[in-house]
Design a protein around this ligand. Structure first.
Ligand SMILES: Nc1ncnc2c1ncn2[C@@H]1O[C@H](COP(=O)(O)OP(=O)(O)OP(=O)(O)O)[C@@H](O)[C@H]1O
Ligand SMILES: [Mg+2]
Length: 242
C-alpha cells in the first residue's frame, strides 16, 4: 500500500523543476542565472535562444551530464542534485536524449544503436526486433538497419539518434536541434513522432533555431535570453504572440 502510494505521488510529480539554478563553467561568468521552472508531466515545449545562449547547457543539467553551480534540479519528484550518485542511473534511464552531435556508437549498426536502451533494460529480443524495425521504418531508414553510422549521412544519423532516444518510451525526451540536418518534409515527420510520443505520455523539450517549426506547432516556448529563462505562450503562425 505504502509502495503504491509513493509510486502514485511520483507519477503525479512535475516532470522537472528548477529551483534557482545557475550554471557557470570553470568559475567563469554565469551561462545560466537563477532559473526557476516547473513543467508538468506530459508537457511539450520548444527551447529557443540564440547560438551560445545556453540551450545545450540547460539540457545537460536535465540529462545529468552537468551539475548546477547553484540551486537544484528535480526530475519526476526526485531532487537529482542532492541524490546519491548510485540513484542517478535509474533516473537517467527515464530520460531520452537526442544529442546535438548524435553520439551514435560507431561499431554498432543503426538497428543495434536504436536497440541499445531496450537491451539495457533487458527487453525480450522479439519486442526489440519489432519496436526497433517499426521506428527505423517510421523515420525512413528501413533500408539502412544494418548500416554503420560512418556510412550514413548527417540527416540519417540524426534520425537514428532520434529513434534511439524514444524507443523505450522515456518519461522525458530532450532533443537538441533534432531537425537541424534534415529537409522540411522529414522534419515534419520527425515532429509527428515527438507528438506521438507525447500522446503516449512523454514530456518533450525540443531545442531549436527553426522559427518555422516554432510557428507551425502551437507549443509553449522556453526562451533563454541574457542567461535567464522565461516561459512564453505559443508563437502564432503570423509570428505574433496571441
Ligand atoms: N564545457 C564547456 N566549458 C566552457 N564553456 C562552455 C562549455 N559548454 C558551453 N560553454 C559555453 O556556454 C555558453 C552556452 O553554450 P551552449 O552550448 O549551451 O549554447 P547553445 O544555446 O546550445 O548554442 P547553439 O545554438 O550554438 O547550440 C557558450 O558561451 C559556450 O561557449
Ligand atoms: Mg546547443
Amino acid at each position: 500500500m505504502q509502495i503504491r502510494k509513493s509510486l502514485e505521488s511520483t507519477d503525479q510529480a512535475a516532470a522537472l523543476e528548477l529551483d534557482n539554478v545557475s550554471l557557470s563553467y570553470d568559475n567563469g561568468p554565469n551561462v545560466l542565472t537563477n532559473l526557476n521552472l516547473s513543467l508538468p508531466s506530459g508537457s511539450f515545449h520548444f527551447l529557443t535562444g540564440a547560438s551560445g545562449a545556453g540551450k545545450t547547457s540547460l539540457l545537460k543539467l536535465l540529462y545529468l551530464a552537468q551539475r548546477p553551480t547553484h540551486g537544484s534540479v528535480r526530475l519526476f519528484g526526485t531532487n537529482v542534485t542532492a541524490a546519491a550518485r548510485r540513484a542517478l542511473p535509474a533516473i537517467r534511464r527515464k530520460v531520452g536524449v537526442v544529442f546535438q552531435d548524435f553520439r551514435l556508437l560507431d561499431h554498432l549498426s543503426a538497428f543495434d544503436n536504436v536497440a541499445l536502451p531496450l537491451r539495457v533494460s533487458n527487453a525480450p529480443e522479439s519486442e526489440i526486433k519489432s519496436n526497433v524495425s517499426e521506428l527505423l521504418s517510421w523515420v525512413g531508414l528501413d533500408k539502412y538497419m544494418d548500416a554503420k553510422p560512418e556510412t550514413l549521412s548527417g540527416g540519417q544519423k540524426q534520425r537514428v539518434a532520434i529513434a534511439r532516444a524514444v524507443v523505450n518510451r522515456p518519461r522525458l525526451i530532450l532533443a537538441d536541434e533534432p531537425t537541424g540536418n534534415v529537409d522540411d518534409a522529414i522534419a515534419m515527420r520527425l515532429m509527428q513522432l515527438f507528438i506521438e510520443m507525447n500522446k503516449l505520455g512523454s514530456s518533450i523539450i525540443i531545442a531549436t533555431h527553426n522559427e518555422h517549426l516554432v510557428k507551425k506547432f502551437g507549443f509553449n516556448q522556453l526562451a533563454i535570453e541574457n542567461h535567464r529563462l522565461s516561459e512564453l505562450p505559443p508563437l502564432g503562425t503570423n509570428g505574433e504572440r496571441p
